[in-house]
Design a protein around this ligand. Structure first.
Ligand SMILES: NC(=O)c1ccc[n+]([C@@H]2O[C@H](COP(=O)([O-])OP(=O)(O)OC[C@H]3O[C@@H](n4cnc5c(N)ncnc54)[C@H](OP(=O)(O)O)[C@@H]3O)[C@@H](O)[C@H]2O)c1
Length: 231
């Protein structure tokens, strides 16, 4: 059985195995009801381990003061608050059954990200929180893996009001990234950074002196401006 929490029902019903619970994760009450529905599904599900994939999230591109304040706080609600809340609500069945949590962060987690300031910080939270959670859960039968994809072909760029990735950025295939994430879970990896370019950029970014990290990232991220938007 696969339970999905998002606002829209996915097209693929997984041959009837999909249980969709429509939920805006920015709304605390809706999240609580949907998590309760998942716990009821689990109580009726056959025995077996549980994989909780905390993937929902969005970006908001632009200079900080130019992005609407409500959008920034909504981003924190979806990318950060809902992840912690859902993990806590599903921890009991996770510990009973054993299994894993897969957190979807980003290469944006590895340095400050001007033009995507709140988004990058939300993903840095997930990276640090996930690594700490992994230690807190050590020996409990629940593993934690943090997936940090770089630019990937999905609806993300349009939703974030970003332009096309500039030439040479290398957009990954979403299926390939998901498979690497699942392989990381199977091998109980702490962190998975898909792709050689992303591995290099994250390794380099965190070795730069702090004062250079923001300017270098800002130079790169400025190139993602959408020419038809006014940011
Ligand atoms: N694509 C990239 O380049 C990239 C790179 C690094 C990390 N990521 C991360 O990968 C994850 C998946 O994004 P994606 O690339 O697949 O982008 P996407 O195609 O825009 O998918 C975003 C997902 O988040 C869900 N979502 C967004 N707001 C929501 C809300 N308020 N309530 C419930 N669900 C919500 C969406 O479902 P509904 O719209 O149906 O609610 C959708 O399933 C995100 O956490 C993103 O930050 C993406």
């Amino acid at each position: 059985m696969v339970c999905n929490l998002s606002r829209r029902e996915p097209d693929n019903s997984l041959d009837g195995r999909l249980r969709h619970h429509s939920c805006d994760l920015a709304e605390a009450g809706a999240l609580a009801s949907a998590a309760e529905a998942v716990r009821r599904d689990l109580a009726a599900a056959p025995p077996g381990q549980l994989l909780v994939i905390l993937n929902s999230g969005f970006g908001a591109y632009g200079r900080f003061p130019d992005i609407e304040g409500e959008k920034q706080t909504r981003l924190i609600d979806v990318n950060v608050r809902s992840v912690v809340d859902l993990a806590a609500r599903l921890m009991e069945p996770l510990r009973e059954r054993g299994g894993a949590v897969l957190l979807v962060a980003s290469t944006a987690a590895w340095q400050p990200t001007p033009w995507l300031a709140t988004y990058g910080a939300s993903k840095a939270f997930l990276l640090q929180w996930g690594l700490a959670l992994r230690e807190d859960l050590r020996g409990s039968g629940v593993g934690v893996t943090v997936l940090c994809p770089g630019p990937t072909r999905t609806a993300f760029f349009r939703a974030a009001e970003m332009g096309e990735a500039p030439p040479g950025t290398g957009m990954a295939d979403a299926g390939a990234v998901a498979r690497l994430g699942m392989r990381g879970v199977a091998r109980n990896r702490a962190v998975v950074v898909p792709g050689v370019l992303n591995k290099l950029s994250t390794a380099l970014a965190c070795r730069l002196p702090r004062r250079w990290q923001g300017p270098v990232a800002g130079f790169i991220l400025k190139r993602f401006r959408n020419p038809s938007s006014n940011v």
